[in-house]
Design a protein around this ligand. Structure first.
Ligand code: NAP
Length: 248
């Protein structure tokens, strides 16, 4: 069977890794995108293959349009695209807006916003019934930061996720009659490497007391929501944003 390919950007670690494994367990052929960590991406592919699933690893910095085009070309060779998980995302070191460089803000928007929109563009070209496709699902990874604003930490990141929310709503309306559903998940504090990349490895656990459930979430808890949105169980869900955040 060569249909039902899912492209997952940033599938080599964290939430993307968990989503890749969960999608493979539900019969998707998984294209595991990664930025630079080929060993981690290969490990995800091996884990999927060990469970009799199908996966390939493809290097793709979503800040590069050329990389995105190559990612979808590889997906085309792997089968028929049925889903996209726009998961790749970055934060930056904590700081006030007045100290942010233009380069930092531009990179944040290039990866978190433009990258997601360009990947969605490529997915719509392939999946829209208007273009002869068989339909599909796009799941965007937003963040509760879009609601909270992340003052004194990374307002630029929060703003990028606000853009992801608006994009989810608008694209969902645009392609709703073309067989494509579009939804976003807003994770809360999830125990992944992203906090270390922002300079504070223990951030999620430090802030866990502020979560109504009083704990951080796991990548698997986000992946469960992703694969539900990708499934027919969510067949009437589009332009929707789901908080998976322990209440905050
Ligand atoms: P993570 O642990 O830092 O993993 C990031 C993944 O994205 C890795 O696979 C990495 O690839 C890839 N990546 C990084 N920069 C990339 C780029 N420019 N192009 C393509 N891929 C890139 O992140 P995570 O915590 O799982 O976060 C996943 C998504 O959930 C992000 O959109 C994030 O904003 C969102 N989110 C996370 C949390 C949280 O608490 N963790 C909360 C809310 C929202 P390499 O392995 O090659 O580096």
């Amino acid at each position: 069977m060569t249909d039902n390919v899912v492209v997952i950007t940033g599938g080599s670690r964290g939430i993307g890794r968990a989503a890749a494994i969960a999608a493979a367990a539900r019969g998707f052929r998984v294209v595991v995108g990664y930025a630079s960590n080929q060993a981690s991406a290969n490990e995800v592919v091996s884990a999927i293959e060990a469970s009799n699933g199908k996966a390939i690893a493809v290097k793709c910095d979503v800040g590069s349009e050329a990389d995105i085009l190559a990612l979808f070309k590889a997906a085309d060779e792997f089968g028929t695209l049925g889903a996209l998980v726009n998961n790749a995302g970055i934060v930056g070191p904590s700081m006030r807006v007045e100290n942010m460089s233009a380069e930092r803000i531009q990179r944040m928007m290039a990866v978190n916003v433009t990258g997601s929109i360009l990947c969605a563009r490529e997915a719509v070209k392939r999946m829209s019934t208007r273009n002869g496709g068989k339909g599909g699902v796009i799941v965007n990874l937003s963040s509760v930061a879009a609601k909270l604003g992340s003052p004194n930490t990374y307002v630029d990141y929060a703003a990028s996720k606000g853009a992801v929310d608006s994009f989810t709503i608008g694209l969902g309306y645009e392609v709703a009659a073309e067989g494509i559903r579009v939804a976003a998940i807003r994770p809360g504090l999830i125990d992944t490497d992203i906090h270390a990349s922002g300079g504070e490895p223990d951030r999620a656990h430090r802030l866990a007391h502020m979560v109504p459930m009083k704990r951080v979430g796991t990548s698997e808890e986000i992946a469960n929501a992703i694969v539900w949105l990708m499934s027919d169980e969510a067949s009437y869900v589009t332009s929707a944003i789901l908080d998976v955040s322990g209440g905050r």
